[in-house]
Design a protein around this ligand. Structure first.
Ligand code: NAD
Length: 502
């Protein structure tokens, strides 16, 4: 954070359907991670800007809520068409601030677009229920109404997809939203705001508030914000959940992860090795569904380590615009933190099979580079095992049985994703039943549910009781009313002070 003036462009807010420059005097740096240079600054909102963003969203709510469902949906349809036609631009923005390689950036947009497509059919999910004649002459029915202003606070690792898990459904359901992007890669949200404008969304329905803790706290405590969707690290998710609910909001707060892949001896080890590479090192391991621990049921560990390390030798690390397999890490500080786990592994007696420090890259030497790293025999007491590293570091833990592997996964603090690799359907079925994790892959390493289902983990990976998108997303952004109705029959009436019953 800085209060100094700078020649670099400053990423503004988006309020009332237009870019809104900040006057807070506070900004934070935005880097191009593959070049290692600061390319712009991002505005950090002050109290006046926070209030203006929320007030604009609150003022837009009544008219948006009352616009017909058909008209709301037609705007979502137009947004989908524009996104589909122009998503290449967005991918380039993501790569220039996050560092992930271009096709991966396009991949996250496509997964977000799935939720937009789900929202184009939201009318079906907003239908209520109707029971006729529950008592003589009385009918009961329910409606689903929007909750109001929704705050969406997102992490750096999916600057387009994570906001898109939430806002298409929130908006189609009649809410207005204030998105607070990560300070590290704020421009994707601005691009999405312009796209909404082009799609015909009324001003104030989609707002972008750039900032840090001050902006987050503003959303969490404002009486004009009804609901908060948060994604980020576990300590902040817990803070957001506790603060938001204390201020009377409904909150869903998705946290960190440490995802295990359990490999049974009967699995196809070539498929396992490919999957471990893809899920461990894709997006430089900066995915909440990345596999960070491979739990090998003996006797397959040695063979697996050989297969994985030989494949790692062929990975091309470099600038995400050059068609490499893996890009840099998001910031220098994060790169240094991830790299520090190699020393921790050595101190704790693990075997560093492939060390990502000092990797040769196809990119600028000043980029925030750290190569894929493989660490074998990781003690489960080591911080390499217990902490979320959020980088391209794959740990191997060896166990003697399926039961030992399941017990290990179930004692972990997180419960976001997991996968089992086996050719035994009975073992897979038992795993899906016994494992204490929210999203499970069977021979699928990154089991991110499609948009018609809901995304979210268990334990320290999600605070609240509602997951993202799918039916749970619709429930989160709507509140139900139950209406008991009687159109008077002239033969009916009379005084009766008893409790209404059938
Ligand atoms: P982060 O927790 O540092 O930041 C997330 C958001 O919280 C950002 O918008 C940031 O500005 C804000 N924030 C940061 N510190 C804050 C504070 N003290 N008070 C209030 N707000 C604060 O997370 P990150 O580093 O941007 O993202 C990586 C983390 O997100 C990882 O832990 C990853 O597992 C997690 N993640 C989880 C999921 C999931 O679905 N469970 C998905 C993506 C990322």
């Amino acid at each position: 954070m800085s209060t100094e003036t700078s020649e670099l462009p400053v990423v503004p807010h988006w309020i009332e359907g237009a870019e809104s420059p900040s006057h807070s005097g506070r900004t934070a740096p935005v880097f191009d991670p593959a070049l290692g240079v600061e390319t712009k600054r991002v505005a950090l909102a002050d109290q006046a800007e926070i209030a203006a963003a929320i007030a604009s969203a609150a003022a837009a709510f009544p008219a948006w809520r009352d616009l017909s469902l058909t008209k709301r949906q037609s705007i979502v349809f137009r947004f989908r068409e524009l996104l589909d036609a122009r998503k290449g631009e967005l991918a380039e923005i993501i790569t220039s601030e996050h560092g992930k390689e271009l096709s991966d950036a396009l991949g996250e947009i496509n997964r977000g677009q799935e939720v937009v497509e789900f929202a184009t059919g939201l009318a079906h999910h907003l239908k209520g229920e109707y029971s006729e004649q529950v008592s003589t002459g009385i009918d009961v029915y329910s409606t689903k109404q929007p909750v109001g202003v929704v705050g969406i606070i997102s992490p750096f690792n999916f600057p387009a997809m994570v906001p898109m898990w939430f806002f298409p459904i929130a908006i189609a359901a009649g809410n207005t939203v204030v998105v607070k992007p990560s300070e590290k890669d704020p421009s994707a949200a601005l691009w999405l705001a312009r796209l909404w404008k082009d799609a015909g969304l009324p001003d104030g329905v989609f707002t972008v508030l750039n900032g840090d803790k001050e902006a987050v706290d503003g959303l969490l405590t404002s009486p004009d914000v009804a609901a908060i969707s948060f994604v980020g690290s576990t300590p902040i998710a817990q803070y957001v959940y506790e603060t938001g609910t204390k201020h009377g909001k409904r909150v869903q707060a998705l946290g960190g992860a440490k995802n295990h892949m359990l490999v049974l001896p009967d699995a196809d080890l070539d498929l396992v090795a490919d999957s471990a590479i893809n899920a461990g090192f894709g997006s430089a391991g900066e995915r909440c569904m990345a596999i960070s621990v491979l739990v090998a049921v003996e006797p397959v560990a040695d063979e697996l380590v050989a297969k994985i390390s030989s494949r790692m030798a062929g990975l091309r690390i470099g600038d995400g615009r050059r068609g490499c397999d893996m890009g840099p890490l998001v910031t220098e500080a994060h790169r240094d933190k991830v790299a520090s786990y190699v020393d921790i592994a050595l101190e704790d007696g693990a075997t560093v099979v492939v060390d990502g420090r000092g990797i040769e890259v196809d990119g600028d030497p000043n980029g925030f580079w750290f190569g894929p790293t493989l660490i074998d025999d990781v003690p489960t007491t080591s911080r390499v095992y217990t902490e979320e590293i959020f980088g391209p570091v794959l740990s191997i833990v060896r166990v003697q049985s399926y039961e030992e592997g399941v017990a290990l996964i179930n004692t972990g603090a997180f419960g976001n994703g997991t996968a089992i690799f086996t050719n035994d359907g009975g073992a897979a079925r038992r795993f899906q039943n016994e494992i204490q994790v929210g999203m499970i892959g069977i021979n699928v390493p990154i089991p991110v549910p499609v948009a018609t289902f809901s995304f979210g983990g268990w334990k320290a990976s999600l605070f609240g009781d509602t997951k993202a998108h799918g039916a749970e997303g619709v429930r989160f952004y709507t509140q139900q009313k139950a209406i008991t109705s009687r159109w008077l029959d002239p033969s009916h009436g009379g005084i009766n002070l008893g409790f209404p019953q059938n």
